[in-house]
Design a protein around this ligand. Structure first.
Ligand code: GLN
Ligand code: ZN
Length: 766
């Protein structure tokens, strides 16, 4: 029984990689310094895994930026526009080319855009999308995987090099021109893989891990053929190489026969996401194939339940015996924080339920030892699991009962949209094309400093509040001056749209150092939802009523929706996500009702992450959308008809879920559209989206100030597609990351654009 690890976090336990990368980019350290940091992190990781007794220690799981980009350089998928990076400046190294592809290049008279970035399956990790052209050529370029294997070998550690498998590599990319399908490039790509494998074999590599997550996704016939072709070709060329084919984030389902018939030495299954697939695989697996059991969650922070995992191990063992078994995390540990030992401030009872990457290595080894008869670790684990099952820190009967008691009426507004719209129009008397913003105003250094100073004790809570009050009042006065119709308070009191609520809800925990790589040098520290969620007191009423008291105009209350709070946190694994989401939904509902009671007439519930939660397999999507939409509706439906509920969405494609967006039944939705030149609106128009809608008229991701004319044009487009009486005017998203000067200029132009279309419309009516 081998102890197998698929990948280890590469950011370093104190985010050393982030710091070194950023120092290199700003010219503070040399190329050599950066390489040294990389080596140090790799060495640490390998040694740690060796000490933990891991048999199959991964190499090439390290990356300075992204493993897909590494793969692109190893097979020479370098878009033409980067050719000049090495030509124009001969001082530039391979790493400079690499970072140019990752981040763009503006130097030496060149201005080259970065490669596109997108989410790695359903994680919050982003990879750089390979760009393929019709006459795509592949050629050996970087030898990273070989270099790192040799580097480890010289440290006395024999590793298992990890490659993204050729089929998944192609599927992760995008065709940059019409007239071909990227999967057809396989035969051209394989020779470069062979080249790498030859070198690895020559250097003494025994096991090679091929990551093929797409084998666990919905596949077309051509894609299935590609798997057969690729792995037969590899087998023919390298009969002695031990190939480990890893799948994760989903189950093999309909692809299981395909998988077990591939000529590979071992197959890895994600048994956390999809435990059901084991039975079928055990009946089908050929006698010469090993099985890697992914029983430890690579996506979450909970301690493994050893008894449960051992049951899985025993089942497999009974069928295929010890020699063909591996124990492993379900996926790479890249998606978990590095080391729980650094969390000195977490409540001891809760800490005893957690395991980060380093602790998960220990779990692999424990499970192996217990399966082999050394039971010493089992009792301790049982106690931790029992404590979590029964702890009063987690289990709040009143919360559970309330969720169980959610009834038919609780996700319904009192009247239908038409009725509400008439009541709200009568009440608010807003002009056509009312203007508003999405919530946040620039979080300047000054504002962020306030929180730092409050934390340090340099400011008393009262002094802090006064300064936030001043920023809020200034923002209100300014919005009144330029003539915005529905104001926002600016969110100056908020650090982050999820953290702010997590800190005010029971059942959430925050780590000091629980960083996970999001992309490149960017790391996030998601909150941990550990227990039943309740709202001990009002969360936003104080700031919203303060803001409303300072203006005669409408002030929009501002909340984060239940699905987004769930999606951007580490979640419980002891109850369905839908139950956790309903708990949050009830807490948000209470806040919505409290805001209404405090005199707030318009309330926005942001759900930017609703699409991200979409399951990877098509068959599971409808069920998710049902409960996600319902949770939003529960949060929004406690109010009277005269209260206007807004929602906001951004960052993703919405065309394919439009009917579910409509089912959320928000009175108004503000949505990111400007980057697609309002293409999205066509989908809304075709669908005849019934409620009010504010298509973003300018992109907030750039400091560029949009002109009045271009926004008028966008609004014209919108008016041609949707009923004018339903249209709002607003930016694409919150303005938190912008600076004041460009924000002021852009919003003034936006108000002018709204006025212009109002006049045009009233003339055409006359
Ligand atoms: N209300 C939030 C803001 O304006 C919304 C942010 C978001 O959509 N991600 O910052
Ligand atoms: Zn947004």
């Amino acid at each position: 029984m081998l102890k197998n690890n698929l990948g280890y976090p590469r950011i370093g336990s104190q985010r050393e990689l982030k710091k070194a990368n950023e120092a290199y980019w700003s010219g503070k350290i040399t190329h050599q310094d950066l390489l040294k940091t990389g080596r140090r992190i790799r060495q640490n990781n390998w040694e740690l895994q060796k000490q933990a007794g891991i048999d199959l220690i991964p190499s090439n799981d390290f990356s300075f930026y992204d493993q897909v980009l590494d793969m692109s350089l190893m097979v020479g998928t370098i878009p033409e526009r980067y050719a000049e990076v090495l030509i124009e400046n001969t001082q530039n190294t391979y790493l400079d080319l690499y970072f140019a592809m990752a981040r763009g290049y503006q130097k030496d008279g060149l201005d080259i855009t970065a490669m596109e970035m997108t989410k790695w399956f359903d994680t919050n990790y982003h990879y750089l999308v390979p760009e393929f052209v019709k006459n795509q050529d592949f050629k050996p370029f970087s030898g990273k995987v070989v270099d790192e294997f040799v580097e480890a070998r010289e440290l006395g550690i024999k590793t298992k090099p990890v490659l993204i498998g050729p089929v998944s590599y192609l599927l992760l990319g995008k065709e940059k021109e019409a007239g071909f399908s990227r999967i057809s490039l396989l035969e051209k790509l394989l020779p470069v893989y062979f080249h790498l494998l030859e070198q690895l074999e020559a250097e003494g590599a025994e096991w090679i891990q091929f990551d093929e997550p797409f084998l666990a996704m919905d596949l077309t016939y051509a894609e299935k053929e590609a798997f057969r072709l690729a792995y037969h070709a590899i087998k023919n060329k390298f009969p002695k190489l031990k190939t480990l084919l890893t799948t994760y984030f989903e189950g093999l389902n309909g692809n299981s026969l395909l998988a077990v018939n591939l000529p590979v030495c071992a197959l890895h299954l994600d048994l956390v996401r999809n435990p059901q697939q084991l039975d079928e695989i055990l009946t089908k697996i050929p006698a010469d194939m090993s099985l890697s059991l992914g029983v430890i969650d690579g996506r979450n922070i909970w301690k493994n339940d050893y008894e449960k995992s051992l049951a899985v191990i025993s089942e497999a063992r009974a069928v295929i015996g010890d020699n063909r078994l591996m124990i492993a995390p379900a996926s790479s540990l890249l998606h978990t924080p590095v080391d729980l030992d650094f969390e000195t401030e977490i409540n001891a009872e809760i800490k005893n339920w957690l395991a980060f990457a380093k602790q998960k290595l220990g779990e692999i080894s424990d499970l192996h030892d217990i399966a082999k008869g050394d039971l010493s670790a089992l009792e301790i684990n049982k106690n931790a699991i029992l404590s979590r099952n029964t702890s009063s820190l987690i289990h709040k009967p009143e919360v559970k009962q309330r969720v169980e008691g959610i009834g038919e009426q609780d996700d319904q507004r009192k009247s239908d949209f038409k009725t509400r719209q008439a009541i709200q129009q009568e009440r608010f008397k807003l002009p056509l094309f009312p203007t508003t913003t999405i919530g946040s105003f620039p979080q300047t250094e000054d504002i962020r400093q306030l929180r730092a100073r409050l934390k340090k004790g340099d400011l008393t809570p009262q002094q802090y509040d006064e300064k936030i009050e001043k920023a809020t009042v200034d923002a209100i006065r300014w919005q009144e001056e330029i003539g915005i119709d529905v104001l926002v308070h600016g969110e100056f009191e908020r650090n982050d749209m999820v953290e702010y609520f997590g800190e005010r809800l029971d059942g959430f925990l925050f780590t000091k150092n629980g960083w996970v790589q999001s992309y490149g040098s960017r790391c996030v520290k998601p909150p941990v939802i550990y227990g039943d969620i309740s709202r001990p007191e009002d969360m936003t009423v104080r700031w919203s009523s303060f803001a409303q008291a300072n203006t005669d105009k409408l002030m929009k209350g501002m909340l984060t929706g239940p699905v987004t709070i769930l999606q951007w946190s580490f979640v419980r694994d002891d109850q369905p996500r839908s139950v956790t989401t309903n708990q949050i939904a009830l807490a948000i509902r209470d806040e919505v009702v409290a805001l209404e009671k405090a005199g707030i007439k318009v309330i926005q519930i942001d759900e930017p992450a609703i699409r991200e939660g979409l399951p990877l397999r098509k068959a599971d999507r409808a069920a998710y959308l049902d409960w996600a939409v319902r949770a939003f509706r529960i949060s929004a439906s406690g109010v009277e008809d005269q209260t206007q509920i807004h929602t906001h969405m951004c960052y993703s494609e919405f065309n394919d879920i439009i009917q579910h967006i409509a089912a959320m039944d928000a009175d108004v939705i503000t949505i990111e559209t400007s980057r697609s030149q309002m293409e999205l609106l066509e989908a809304f128009a075709d669908f005849k989206y019934p409620n009010e809608i504010g298509p973003g008229v300018y992109d907030i991701h750039s400091p560029r100030v949009p002109s009045v004319t271009e926004m008028v044009e966008l609004l014209d487009k919108a008016s041609a597609l949707l009923p004018v009486k339903n249209l709002w005017v607003n930016p694409d998203c919150g303005l938190k990351t912008r600076k004041w000067p460009e924000t002021e200029a852009a919003l003034k132009n936006m108000v002018a654009a709204a006025q212009a279309v109002r006049e045009l419309t009233s003339q055409s009516v006359k």
